[in-house]
Design a protein around this ligand. Sequence first.
Ligand code: SF4
Length: 389
Amino acid sequence: MTGEAPTTRAAATVERPDTDTGQWHTSACILCECNCGIEIELDGRSFRGVRGDKDHPSSAGYTCEKALRLDHYQNGRHRLTSALRRTPDGEYEEIDLDTAIAEIAERLAAIRDTHGGDKIFFYGGGGQGNHLGGIYSRSLQSALGVQYTSNALAQEKTGEMWVDGKLYGGHTKGDFENSEVVVFVGKNPWQSHSFPRARPTLREIARDPDRTMIVIDPRRSETAAMADIHLQVRPGTDAWCLAALLGVLVQEDLLDHPFLAEHTTGTGAVLGKLAEVPVADYSARCGVPEDLLRTAARRIGAASSAAVYEDLGVQQSPNSTLVSYLDKLVWILTGNFGKPGAMFLHSAFAPIAGGGGPASGGGKARRTPVTGRGSSPGWFRATRSLRRS
Ligand code: SF4
């Protein structure tokens, strides 16, 4: 078929190194950002077995079902097994990687030298789990003088990233394994994970009477079914629900004033607006009983730590950017940043070995293993000093 990249696995002629058989090798799942530690038993180039690595400091033996199918991605029928070069007749021919890289470099350099590096648009920069591409891409962009870049987040989390950048300069994550209160907004971690040991962590929170799981979701997802408080909003009304939660926090003075005084600016205007939120009206608009909404806000305000995770359920819904702003105010106004169980800056903003920092391009930083509730990993101390909100 002219112009279509062929499936090359069956026709691959590129020599590959032999791999041993019957031994378990430690590795990491690269299918999502959790990067769970795994062990793989090889059978030639096939994965005979995949299991969780119990010695891994973060995942501690946990994997979701996706990791068990890694052989499908490693050896799937549609995986390219060599570089391909288009031929004059529109077909493709296999070439070795050294040749491919040399030719690409030569052509990119020619474009840079003739038209300028700003005419080269870079898309990508690290997969969900394999962040090495992010590191190396910075060197490539620098060498070429690239000025304009984008990545998958431009479609997926545009509003949240914009809000993150405006509020504190970078993306945040939550220490859900150690949170007293967790809040999931349009997020079902039972299926989508996104933090270490997602299912065991959800079970631990659900059965601990001292911890509370709050879910804002029109659906009764698996996570919502486990929640202590399910704020079952009408679809598309998350902004009213979050504004009402914030209204209660402000109007009942459930704020962390020392944190706000030390780490924020311009707070007065925001608090003034939230003081005027008609909580009863907004509760009615989002379809959540006012009593339940007030209970949720008071639980967040009283917690020693809280973390919030918003995801595609709201990011692909109406008012998504406003929702992102509002749910970040929930943890900011209650001082839940830079301490165990709270929010912290993404690893892309942590110093990496060798003295690199945020500008060094998003390397996966070493994170001090979290060993249990109340632990005080050095990670949080590091992030806290990175930037004052
Ligand atoms: S949560 Fe699942 S997909 Fe993500 S890294 Fe772990 S095993 Fe892989």
